[in-house]
Ligand binder design. Structure first.
Ligand code: GLP
Length: 223
């Protein structure tokens, strides 16, 4: 695994184009999608691809806060509707929820598995909400968010007290099962953790480091 540095514009263009090509050449594509500021540019590019038919594509989002209404402007469902789902018609889109989190990995498996997974990275090395200490073979579950994550994510809320302390997250097992993974990190504050994840020891302390064991993971960094 190596880090490819490029402008955010180029990284988003490349990933969105690769998704489009996959959807054009394969029926029934399954995408794993991330939230956060990192993938917004990819979703902007995909949203403009009106000539591509995404009607046979299914999406599974990585995570969602526990106890936040899906219409709340900080829910990940709201985020995805705003940035992607209101612009493109997918066959189905799924989030881990109170009703389905226990079956989420099975739903992914039954859909044929994830073809392309987009990932961001937390400043503590989390992927999705697999916080430090997460098992390489963890399944989709409810997790407690770390103080670090609550603090990082408080920038989107009025008060830090409003940030949910628990989340549903896809486990590392389903993420690692994706055929292709794009890990994207944007900003100098992510550089150190990205380097540790890519070049350091493979350890539960930095869940993103497990990606070193993935056979087809591309890593992109933009300042
Ligand atoms: C969030 C999400 C992750 C995301 C990460 C980075 O808490 N659960 O899936 O990758 O933190 O977010 P951002 O892209 O805004 O830096």
């Amino acid at each position: 695994m190596r880090i490819r540095s490029n402008t955010y514009e180029k990284v988003c263009h490349l990933i969105a184009s690769n998704i489009r090509d996959k959807v054009k050449h394969q029926s029934h594509v399954v995408l794993g999608l991330a939230t956060g500021s990192t993938p917004i540019g990819i979703y902007e590019k995909l949203s403009k691809m009106k000539n591509t038919n995404f009607g046979d594509t299914i999406t599974f989002n990585l995570d969602e806060y526990v106890g936040i209404d899906k219409h709340h402007d900080q829910s990940y469902q709201y985020f995805m509707n705003k940035h992607l789902f209101s612009n493109l018609n997918f066959r189905k889109h799924y989030f881990p929820t109170e009703e389905n989190w226990n079956e989420y990995d099975l739903m992914i498996k039954n859909s044929g598995g994830i073809d392309i997974q987009i990932l961001g990275i937390g400043t503590n090395g989390h992927i999705a909400f697999n916080e430090p200490g997460s098992n390489r073979y963890s399944s989709t579950r409810i997790v407690d968010l770390t103080e670090n994550t609550i603090k990082d994510n408080s920038r989107f809320f009025d008060n830090i007290e409003d940030v949910p302390t628990k989340a549903y997250t896809m486990g590392l097992s389903s993420i690692m099962g994706a055929e292709k993974i794009y890990l994207v990190a944007v900003g100098k504050h992510k550089k150190e953790i990205l380097e540790e994840a890519v070049h350091g020891n493979i350890t539960e302390d930095i869940p993103a480091s497990f990606l070193q064991e993935h056979p087809n993971c591309e890593v992109y960094y933009s300042e």
